[in-house]
Design a protein around this ligand. Structure first.
Ligand SMILES: CC(C)(COP(=O)(O)OP(=O)(O)OC[C@H]1O[C@@H](n2cnc3c(N)ncnc32)[C@H](O)[C@@H]1OP(=O)(O)O)[C@@H](O)C(=O)NCCC(=O)NCCS
Length: 175
């Protein structure tokens, strides 16, 4: 499996993966185009290099950087059903963390559905801890757990108070 930045040439495949993996709160084609071109974002892809798989898109991670924040945000992580439980999400996360470190980011944050046991197990295994909660965060009203991980030795422990919670990304914020 090859892990590298996605480009506009991946747009259609990224949208197809998003639609295959998520039932709601999907990133639209327009949003992907923005993230790939204008956003303060890095879209990372995992592509099967086995020609037998036709170079299929196996996974994708969207990372957001905000000015003056110091913490990168994992906005989306998706692994195709056929590629799961082979350590791909771990690799995508490790890649995103390394890219963030190189950009001088001191920590990572993300939101995940509280009922998403697989993702919670993954993030816990990767060293993420609970730093907050957001009620009614998803389209269907489900709550999100907010997780964080320090990247730098100097990063202070993440506070667990709600005041640490910043604004949701416009792309998935409620209207
Ligand atoms: C969650 C998801 C990204 C995991 O991808 P993956 O490539 O299968 O994960 P990995 O193989 O790297 O698994 C790493 C660890 O995560 C945990 N994990 C992953 N899938 C799990 C599952 N279905 N049940 C329990 N634990 C799971 C395990 O601890 C696993 O380590 P192990 O295989 O040694 O036990 C994938 O299932 C997915 O895309 N789900 C739908 C979209 C989603 O929920 N995205 C996250 C939104 S924040």
């Amino acid at each position: 499996m090859i892990i590298c930045p996605a480009t506009l040439a991946d747009l259609t495949r990224l949208v197809a993966l998003e639609n295959a993996v998520f039932a709601g709160d999907r990133i639209s084609r327009r949003q992907f185009r923005y993230l790939l071109t204008k956003g303060q974002a890095l879209v990372v892809k995992a592509v099967a290099h086995d020609p037998a798989d036709g170079g299929a898109l196996a996974g994708c991670l969207v990372l957001l950087f905000r000015q003056n924040s110091g913490r990168a945000r994992i906005y989306s992580l998706a692994v195709a059903p056929w590629a799961r439980r082979r350590g791909l999400a771990r690799r995508l996360l490790a890649y995103a963390e390394e890219k963030s470190r190189r950009r001088g980011q001191k920590g990572m944050t993300l939101e995940v559905r509280e009922d998403n046991a697989a993702a919670l197990a993954l993030y816990e295994a990767m060293g993420y801890t609970l730093i907050g909660r957001r009620e009614n965060y998803y389209e269907d009203g489900a709550a999100a757990a907010r997780l964080g991980k320090a990247l730098a030795e100097t990063e202070r422990k993440f506070p667990t108070m709600a005041k640490n919670i910043d604004k949701p990304c416009p792309a998935r914020a409620k209207r």
